[in-house]
Design a binder for this molecule. Structure first.
Ligand code: TXA
Ligand code: MG
Length: 327
């Protein structure tokens, strides 16, 4: 089967109606989409991504009204958040209706819903009779794709059609929130800054309850390049690792190294988020022995970027069984 990259929403819609997978652009990262009501098609997502069945998929909707078909209960604050941030990079985990297959939610009684802001994704969702289950279109645990070519590079011939919407405007995945005892909690920092959500929802703490049937930590190693990555004070790391072929992932300021990516010379967090995953891929392909990355300011999109970098560093520590430097 050869991969086709194109911009034809009707071709994408036909394939999805026929139970096939289509990679779709969103404002955050590309997703690997299937009809959320078609269990066989959704099973194929897990196979192609080599994703364990315990990790649920989020469901993309064409708007607020479709949420009522999928979710049994919508807290008032959830409605306010949807009104404020949809379409956009915010996923809400809400009690699910029976119509959502257990396979999609990995047996949980909740479903993550999101209305993406990308115009092609929106046209596709409006053309379809069903919502789209779509995780990021990468192999499980690896770096998410922010261009159509990234999808092809990693999933190749396993995806019949890639709907090309250009480079993703946000560049990190959606922020995921849920509810514990009636309080809004954070599952994953992402494209909508926590501070912005808190203006509507009040204080949002990290989720406490374990929702997945795995040891906490297990999903810590994620977003990982193949080259080991350490996170910390780049200048100190460069000095300590002298003699090695090092790649540097810097926020604003360039350094001398075998390979270098500066995420935002102007020091802007949104620009840095947009550049993050492509930079990690480029450094991974540079032939360096080690990627040294620096933490960004822990505010706004900086939180999502730091979260992804910490997980990439955790993957290295897991592989090597060591506890390397981490800031
Ligand atoms: O921006 C995004 O969210 C992208 C684009 C394609 O929309 N999607 C994405 O999907 O990042 P994925 O599967 O790579 O990450 C979604 C995360 C997973 O870690 C999953 O465990 C969590 O959402 N999740 C999904 N449903 C959940 C649920 N019911 N309860 C708790 N966590 C859930
Ligand atoms: Mg993912």
């Amino acid at each position: 089967m050869s991969v086709r990259i194109g911009t034809d929403v009707e071709v994408a819609a036909q394939k999805l109606r026929a139970g096939e997978l289509v990679a779709i652009p969103t404002e955050t990262v590309y997703g690997l989409a299937a009809n959320a009501f078609d269990e066989r098609a959704c099973l194929r997502i897990f196979e192609v991504k080599r994703r364990p069945a315990f990790d649920p998929l989020i469901v993309h909707v064409r708007g607020r009204a479709q949420v009522d078909e999928l979710c049994a209960e919508v807290p008032r604050i959830a409605d306010e958040l949807m009104r404020a941030f949809w379409p956009g990079p915010l996923t809400l985990v809400l009690p699910k209706c029976a119509i959502v297959p257990d396979l999609v939610t990995s047996g949980l009684d909740t479903v993550g819903v999101r209305h993406p802001a990308h115009p092609l994704a929106q046209r596709l969702l409006e053309a379809l009779e069903f919502p789209l289950a779509a995780p990021s279109a990468n192999l499980f645990g690896q770096v998410s794709p922010t261009t159509a070519q990234h999808v092809v590079d990693q999933l190749g011939a396993e995806v019949p059609y890639v709907l090309d919407g250009g480079p993703c405007a946000v560049g990190v995945e959606s922020t995921i929130v849920g509810w514990e005892d009636g309080r809004c909690v954070l599952y994953r920092p992402g494209g909508i800054p926590q501070e912005a959500l808190e203006e509507i929802a009040g204080r949002i703490d990290p989720a406490q309850r374990r929702v997945l049937p795995v040891a906490p930590g297990m999903l810590e190693s994620h977003y990982a390049p193949r080259t080991p990555l350490v996170l910390g004070d780049v200048d100190a790391l460069l000095a300590a690792q002298r003699g090695k072929r090092l790649a540097v992932l810097a926020f604003e300021r360039p350094r001398e190294a075998h390979a270098l990516r500066v995420l935002s010379p102007r020091g802007e967090l949104a620009e840095a988020a947009r550049a993050l995953f492509a930079a990690l891929r480029a450094l991974d392909a540079s032939g360096a022995e080690l990627i040294v990355a620096e933490c960004l300011p822990e505010r706004g999109l900086g939180r999502a970027i730091n979260d992804r970098l910490r997980r990439a560093a955790a993957a290295r520590r897991e592989r090597e069984g060591s506890s390397g430097p981490i800031a």
